[in-house]
Design a protein around this ligand. Structure first.
Ligand SMILES: C[S@@+](CC[C@H](N)C(=O)[O-])C[C@H]1O[C@@H](n2cnc3c(N)ncnc32)[C@H](O)[C@@H]1O
Ligand code: SF4
Length: 444
């Protein structure tokens, strides 16, 4: 796991420096501890809180190549036997979960195959995994099944299988359409493969196709980004997820930056990436899309859902399987063993591969939901009063007034609305709401 610089504490530094920017959970991961694993075991052995939805996450940590910017837990060059060993371990992990009181008769409401590259699996490997998953956790109540894909790994046959097993939301890591940029950033795919994969995916009839783009890949220019945005609009995906390039520790780019100095970042400065992101959102808005979060814009808000995000950010249980996966169960957050070897070894001993855990306090849970929901662009004061008995306007009176003064948001009796400028840098602003002990600490 990468260590992280708190970018929010350095608002003046607008060049892209080494460090993570994206806030995906709270309290920061560096506060989750191996000695608190007992809390996860206790939570898993209690029945679920009434009305709490449950979801499953499966991490497939294999990729054709490691992209120069990627910080996910991934392995390249694993042979079929090593992949089969891994899939056996995931099946075993699911079987251990299926017996636990936390399930309480629930079936998954959402399922997410993430990575790494789930689409790297062959149709046979996929079939073997999904059959066992469905036997243990039937999918008939699953409203959303997301599957992440790298375009160059998709064939028509694989896409047909994905649809047949019940994938509803296909997510394609397109990132950019310029072949030179894709290549110099270490992507395994080229633009020809994007068009082919997208056309097949459409013809197979997935209810929702999402595409990922990154503003600020190495070598990007105004002209190339505009061309990429136009190609993306022309594809007419059901939703777009747009990231701004960050340079996490332990990536190929961060190592380069250490050699050549932090100030010769090969990635555009944050104000340029924000302008590119805004251009992209504007182009999609002109084509009729609605922005639904700091990173997402959708063609039809009544059809395109993202239950995984929305339920998780409101406290759903999610059992994360696979190496380094994150979970939330019965009020405790935890993460799995983070190396292939230790993950396989723990399951080989018949144990859940739990690595570190944290049970947030009432106050921490409030902050978690408050900041994650701000990424949606707004949050309602009454929701927090009802659920936590805490008034955000009182709790954060000083912080909200300061951010309003800087033009990043407005707030009133009803709640908070993040401005256009605020949405473009929301992750940086969220650190303002961290409890004092979590500020300026390592994030991961
Ligand atoms: C697990 S990958 C998606 C599936 C597949 N592995 C792929 O890359 O095509 C998740 C997404 O995270 C984004 N991402 C990864 N590293 C990033 C970084 N350093 N900065 C911004 N976005 C990043 C990319 O858009 C990528 O598509
Ligand atoms: S293909 Fe996706 S998960 Fe794999 S290295 Fe590239 S961005 Fe990371």
């Amino acid at each position: 796991m990468a260590a992280v610089i708190d970018n929010a504490s350095e608002p003046q530094r607008e060049e892209t420096r080494e460090g993570n920017y994206f806030v995906s959970n709270y309290p920061p991961f560096s506060f989750w501890k191996p000695e608190r694993i007992g809390e996860a075991i206790e939570a898993l052995n209690r029945p679920p809180a009434p009305e709490t939805p449950m979801g499953l996450y499966v991490h497939i940590p294999f990729c054709r190549k490691r992209c120069h910017f990627c910080y996910f837990k991934v392995y390249t060059g694993m042979d079929a036997a090593a992949i089969e060993t891994y899939l056996d371990a995931v099946r075993q992990e699911l079987a251990l979960y299926a017996q636990l009181p936390i399930i309480g008769g629930r079936k998954p409401r959402f399922i997410y195959f993430g990575g790494g590259t789930p689409s790297y699996l062959s149709t046979k490997q996929l079939g073997g995994l999904v059959d066992e998953m469905k036997r243990l956790f039937p999918w008939d109540e699953a409203q959303e099944v997301t599957f992440e894909c790298e375009p160059g790994t998709l064939t028509e046959g694989k896409l047909e299988i994905l649809r047949a097993i019940g994938v509803t939301r296909l997510s394609l890591g397109i990132e950019h359409f310029d072949d030179a940029i894709l290549q110099s950033n270490g992507r395994a795919h080229v633009s020809k493969e994007i068009d082919r994969a997208y056309t097949f995916a459409r013809s197979v009839g997935f209810p929702q196709i999402n595409i990922d783009l990154i503003a600020g890949m190495m070598g990007d220019t105004d002209e190339k980004w505009r061309a990429t945005v136009q190609r993306a609009v022309d594809l007419a995906p059901d939703s777009l997820t747009l990231y701004q390039m960050e340079v996490p520790f332990n990536t190929t780019i961060s190592k380069e930056m250490r050699i050549h100095g932090q100030d010769v970042a090969p990635v555009a400065p944050w104000p340029v990436k924000r302008a590119w992101a805004q251009h992209c959102f504007d182009a999609f808005a002109a084509a009729g899309y609605t922005q639904t979060s700091a990173y997402t814009t959708v063609k039809d808000t009544s059809r395109s859902t993202f239950l995984y995000r929305d339920l998780l950010w409101k406290g759903a249980d999610m059992l994360g399987t696979g190496v380094a996966s994150f979970s939330h169960a019965g009020g405790t957050h935890y993460q799995n063993e983070h190396s292939y070897e230790s993950y396989i070894e723990r399951l080989g001993r018949g144990e859940l591969p739990l690595f570190r855990a944290l049970t947030p306090t009432h106050q921490e849970r409030f902050v978690r939901e408050f900041i994650l929901q701000l990424k949606l662009g707004r949050n309602r004061r009454q929701y927090f009063l009802d659920k936590y008995g805490i008034d955000p306007n009182q709790q954060f009176a000083g912080e909200l007034a300061a951010l309003q003064g800087q033009g990043y948001l407005t707030f009133d009796e009803q709640g908070i609305t993040v401005s256009r400028e605020g949405m473009l840098q929301v992750d940086r602003l969220l650190h303002t709401f961290f409890l004092p002990e979590h500020r300026n600490a390592r994030y991961a």
